[in-house]
Design a protein around this ligand. Structure first.
Ligand code: EPU
Length: 357
């Protein structure tokens, strides 16, 4: 088992923050994890799982052993009456997997095209875009317990998916738990394979203003899957910075949910507040609009900035080559200043989406 020392992480996190891993091991097959756990030097210590590094802010060098997930493989597992079940190794690039499913003739993931990161990280924050969340297409996943080395599977209910949330974002508080409903798996388990159930009868998920604009432009009311995939890619390219050009982790804050009363209270002061009614009666507020309204678009703290075209996205304005760019500290200072001004104006505390390491 090769443990690399002092590994630069700038190319391994999409914010392109300069930091080093004191030690890093590449996990290429499931068995590598069991081998690692049996190793007397590396088995017992703390670990950090790294996928595409697209949802983390590094605030310094990483001391825990970094497990860089590189398990590959994409395959059709089975066909049921209503679904095809497709599987991706944790290390597969998410967008490449989405493109592969379409090339194989299995639509269903196209609205989530171009989300940066790996397939293995996708359930952790229940990724979503343009009306489809991972949980809508999820079948099950395999993970390895980082204490016992045991391989286990979880279905959707066991993953406890929520908006940008799952059992993998929460620590177990030591309370009793059952294998059927683990309380928290943060730092306790590593996802090694994810399976998706794509409906055999495909229906496009439309209804987003950006998609409707494309439909009008192309005079098309029934786009086919590849058409929708291409539109989503174009919409994202126009709105969101490409992490290969400008470091970022997508949306930096979650869109907060409030009661209708709270929403009415804010609207009384800010009539233009962008909001959406959810099925459960609560109201989702557009955090990007609130940040934008506070005048943050284009502002910076050091080399960390607010993206000019989407205020919910923080970016690294550094050149992107080794030794340059924003520090995690600058990103967090900017994030805190944004939280403060949004709180002072709207009474809402924005919650960051990425994991701060
Ligand atoms: N808005 C502004 N100013 C801004 C940004 C947004 O006024 O600077 C307004 C927009 O005009 C729009 C509303 O806010 O009326 C919502 O903006 P947008 O449609 O761009 O979506 P979002 O709520 O900012 C969410 C997801 C994205 C996902 C898009 C599309 C979260 C935290 N973000 O963004 O996901 O791609 O919807 O479905 O839920 C991500 O999670 O990393 C991500 C990119």
């Amino acid at each position: 088992m090769l443990v690399e020392k002092n590994v630069p992480l700038q190319a391994l996190n999409t914010f392109r923050i300069v930091a080093k891993a004191h030690s890093l091991v590449r996990i290429k097959e499931v068995e590598d994890i069991a081998r690692l756990l049996q190793d007397p030097q590396w088995g017992p210590g703390p670990k950090l799982v790294l996928g595409g590094g697209s949802n983390m802010v590094l605030t310094g060098d990483v001391k825990p052993l970094v497990l860089k997930m590189e398990i590959q493989g994409m395959r059709l597992v089975e066909e049921t009456d209503k679904h095809v079940i497709l599987e991706a190794g944790a290390g597969e690039n998410w967008h490449d997997f989405v493109a592969w499913t379409l090339n194989q003739g299995y639509p269903g993931l196209e609205n989530m095209a171009m989300i940066p990161g790996t397939a293995g990280a996708s359930p952790v924050q229940n990724i979503g875009a343009y009306g489809v969340e991972l949980q809508d297409r999820f079948d099950s996943l395999d993970a390895v317990d980082l204490q016992t080395g045991r391989l286990f599977s979880l279905n959707a209910a066991q993953c406890a998916f929520g908006y940008r949330d799952s059992v993998f974002k929460h620590s177990s508080q030591g309370a009793s738990e059952s294998a059927a409903a683990p309380l928290g798996l943060k730092d306790r388990a590593v996802i090694v394979r994810v399976r998706f159930a794509l409906p055999k009868v495909w229906k496009p998920v439309l209804g987003y203003a950006d998609i409707e604009k494309k439909m009008a432009e192309h005079a098309c009311t029934q786009p086919h899957p590849q058409q929708l995939f291409d539109w989503i890619c174009a919409i994202r390219k126009a709105k969101l910075p490409d992490p290969n050009v400008i470091g970022n982790v997508g949306s930096f804050f979650k869109n907060p949910t409030v009661t209708p009363e709270q929403c009415a209270d804010i609207i009384a002061r800010d009539p233009k507040l962008v909001h959406y009614r959810l099925d459960d009666g609560s109201i989702k507020l557009a955090a990007g609009w609130m940040i934008d309204s506070c005048g943050w678009k284009g502002k910076s703290v050091g080399q960390a900035g607010v993206y000019e075209k989407q205020a919910l996205v923080l970016v690294n304005r550094g050149a992107g080559s080794d030794g340059n760019g924003a520090t995690g500290g600058e990103v967090m200072t900017l994030a805190k200043a944004i939280q403060t001004s949004v709180y002072e104006r709207f009474g809402i505390l924005l919650e960051p989406e990425p994991v701060v390491v």
